[in-house]
Write a protein that binds this ligand. Structure first.
Ligand SMILES: NC(=O)c1ccc[n+]([C@@H]2O[C@H](COP(=O)([O-])OP(=O)(O)OC[C@H]3O[C@@H](n4cnc5c(N)ncnc54)[C@H](O)[C@@H]3O)[C@@H](O)[C@H]2O)c1
Ligand SMILES: [Zn+2]
Length: 364
């Protein structure tokens, strides 16, 4: 088992990773302050695969109650959070109760928001079951739900007390969901870990097949990267922004397609191809490096085709993204594989020409 520490002003916590460790979840809680009762929050889909295993382990050490909710993105609402809070209240949850979130990013975000709010905040342990949740959303304490007006508009920072990452749980994940998480892994390579990027170039086949050694290695590099960035900048004021490489375009694509066409990771795949191209146009990145980024992204698998959006509309959507502060086009761009920077004034015409070029090539 490997252990990584996240150090934030609101407290330090461990991310532990290892094959099969989810079956020891109960014992892993021993390192925490006394717990009165445990509430396992999950979804029916995840529960069918992994629920018993985790529940039995928790029950060995603690009184455990399980609450399930449908983890479709459209259930990521205040109404769901209310229902979960009421479930906690009815079962007598108190300030020393602990939530264990078992699932992907939706379960983690909603359970995290419930933990941040119930009784003004109770503890939460994340047990992420998607690749995206393991490398990204389970670490960092961003929690929240959607409003009809926008995604993740209501939320809070609430760090978990522990994150238990078990690569074995990815075995049952649909292949498309797994690939979507891999784009975020590529992102960590581009923003700060050239060795990770090269490893993915060399051993992508093994990683795609979930070969245990290759997968664990990649997972651990990503966890370390996320833990470091979050430790340096808990509230996303500066450094944490680099995690948004590829995300400005991705958010625009997701919004333009009403979040229906792309999985988030897939939009990030296109977003990184676009951001790399734009970086070349800005003379920040060598075109050979841009080609390597595009090639690695494309090797992961087929991406859904790009929608037909006019460049003007794309720029509008990019501006609407919260990363474009005060109407200026602000973006994270690549200098080389392993280093990125935030650029304040990205010329609009370069964003448009990048998009035009990409749309022309992305149709097939
Ligand atoms: N808090 C953050 O920092 C952060 C970061 C990125 C994304 N997010 C959020 O995460 C959400 C997306 O999360 P996601 O990509 O993990 O997808 P998800 O939670 O929607 O899960 C994808 C699908 O896989 C199923 N599933 C999960 N684990 C499984 C397993 N082991 N076996 C079989 N099926 C399984 C789920 O039931 C679901 O149908 C979005 O709502 C996004 O806003 C949050
Ligand atoms: Zn992302």
């Amino acid at each position: 088992m490997k252990q990584f520490t996240v150090n934030t002003p609101s407290g330090a916590y461990a991310v532990v990773s290892g094959r099969g460790i989810a079956a020891r979840s109960g014992a892993l809680l021993d390192s925490l302050e006394p717990i009165s009762s445990v509430f396992l929050i999950s979804s029916p889909v995840v529960w069918r695969r992994w629920g018993r295993l985790v529940e039995e382990s928790l029950q060995q050490a603690h009184a455990t109650k399980t609450i399930l909710f449908d983890d479709r993105e459209r259930s990521k609402t205040l109404a769901t959070a209310e229902r979960l809070c009421r479930g906690l209240a009815q079962a007598g949850a108190d300030r020393r109760s602990l939530i264990v979130a078992l699932g992907g990013g939706v379960v983690g975000d909603v359970a995290g928001f419930v933990a941040a709010s119930y009784a003004r905040g109770i503890r939460i342990v994340q047990v992420p079951t998607t690749l995206l949740a393991q490398v990204d959303s389970s670490i960092g304490g961003k929690t929240g739900v959607n409003l009809p007006e926008g995604k993740n508009l209501v939320g809070a920072f609430h760090q978990p007390r522990l994150v238990i990452t078990d690569p074995k749980m990815l075995k049952t994940l649909p292949a498309r969901q797994y690939r979507a998480g891999l784009y975020e892994a590529i992102k960590y390579g581009v923003i700060g870990d050239e060795m990770l990027f090269r490893f993915l170039e060399r051993r992508l086949g093994e990683v795609l097949r979930q070969g245990p050694a290759a997968l664990s290695w990649v997972l651990e590099r990503c966890i370390r990267a996320k833990a470091e960035v979050v430790s340096a900048d808990e509230r996303e004021s500066g450094l944490r922004e680099i995690l948004n490489f590829g995300h400005t375009f991705a958010h625009a694509l997701e919004a333009a397609t009403r979040y229906r066409k792309f999985l988030h990771g897939e939009a990030v795949g296109w977003g990184m191809i676009a951001a790399a191209q734009l970086s070349v146009r800005m003379k920040l990145l060598a075109s050979e490096e841009e080609a390597r980024i595009a090639q690695l992204v494309r090797r992961v698998g087929p991406l859904p085709k790009l929608p037909a959006i006019k460049p003007e509309r794309l720029v509008e959507l990019v501006r609407a993204d919260k990363k474009a502060r005060s109407g200026r086009l602000r973006m994270v761009l690549a200098q080389r594989i392993g280093a990125v920077e935030t650029v304040e004034d990205v010329p609009e015409n370069l964003v448009k020409s990048t998009w035009r070029d990409l749309a022309a090539r992305g149709k097939s």
